[in-house]
Design a protein around this ligand. Structure first.
Ligand SMILES: [Zn+2]
Length: 267
């Protein structure tokens, strides 16, 4: 398999963006693979007292480049607004470095890393990420993904009772600017409406996606964005940024801090 992108260059761009934004970039572990050694990173940005705790992740699937490209812009934007925000951010810039270089959904071993949380024999990348996340909970988590087969955007949202939808506003903003929405009634085997999937029902106990792992560790509100891989990369980044702007507006209003405390029965 041939490398199509450079992870090292991506991380250089993240490091540069982090410097400008005032964020710290931390080495959280190394993996060995047939195509080289990779270092995984996590970034941290604290604004004000850090009242609203957010986790923003991307690069879990290597053939979804609009995620890492958008996260670079997100960190730069948050850096500009640092003095107006009261929030604490953890960013995971690329959880699947080998897939990113090979332009494959899976890692170099052919594993879908977003099914590797809470697994006995676990992919090395996810062992590192899971270990870093253990014991942390967030008021809101955002996962940037893409669907390589679609022409319209869709979102997953999961929120505990009493939380105001973020996905609704993201779709409304995209529609207002005439970006296409994936309108199917079923997406990835789940019922959907107006470009939003609200997963419900029993959750698996193992082989989890990152978002579900965070949910089970106490994060009350998750959104996963899926930009349409059939469109131009620049358009997909624009769509991701429109979704992020909704989050930003709520952050500036400190809405994530005002979220209801979930009751034990609600978990
Ligand atoms: Zn994905």
């Amino acid at each position: 398999m041939e490398k199509q992108r450079s992870y090292e260059k991506l991380i250089e761009r993240y490091a540069e963006t982090a410097r400008t934004a005032g964020a710290q970039i931390t080495d959280i572990g190394k993996i060995q693979s047939d195509i080289g050694e990779y270092t995984l990173y996590r970034m941290h940005l604290r604004c004000g007292e850090g009242k609203q705790r957010l986790c923003i992740s991307t690069g879990m699937h290597g053939d979804e480049p609009a995620g890492p490209e958008s996260l670079l812009k997100i960190i730069a934007r948050l850096g500009e607004l640092r003095d107006s925000l009261n929030a604490d951010f953890l960013f995971f810039p690329c959880d699947n470095p080998s897939g990113y270089e090979l332009n494959t959904r899976e890692n170099w071993q052919g594993l879908d890393l977003n099914r590797e949380f809470v697994q006995e024999k676990q992919a090395a990348e996810i062992a590192i990420v899971e270990n870093d996340l253990r014991g942390r909970a967030f008021d809101f988590t955002l996962d940037l993904h893409e669907d390589v087969d679609t022409y319209g955007m869709y979102l997953y949202e999961r929120a505990r009772k009493g939380y105001r939808s973020v996905a609704d506003s993201m779709i409304a903003e995209l529609r207002a600017r005439d970006y296409p929405i994936h309108e199917a009634d079923w997406i990835e085997g789940l019922p959907a409406s107006g470009g939003i999937i609200w997963p419900s029902g029993r959750l698996r106990k193992c082989a989890l996606p990152k978002a579900v792992f965070l949910w089970q560790n106490g994060s009350p509100h998750l959104v996963t964005t899926e930009s349409p891989g059939k469109l131009e990369l620049s358009t997909r980044v624009e769509m991701q940024m429109i979704c992020f702007d909704v989050v930003l507006k709520r952050l500036l209003a400190e809405e994530f801090a005002a979220a209801p405390v979930p009751s034990a029965a609600d978990r």
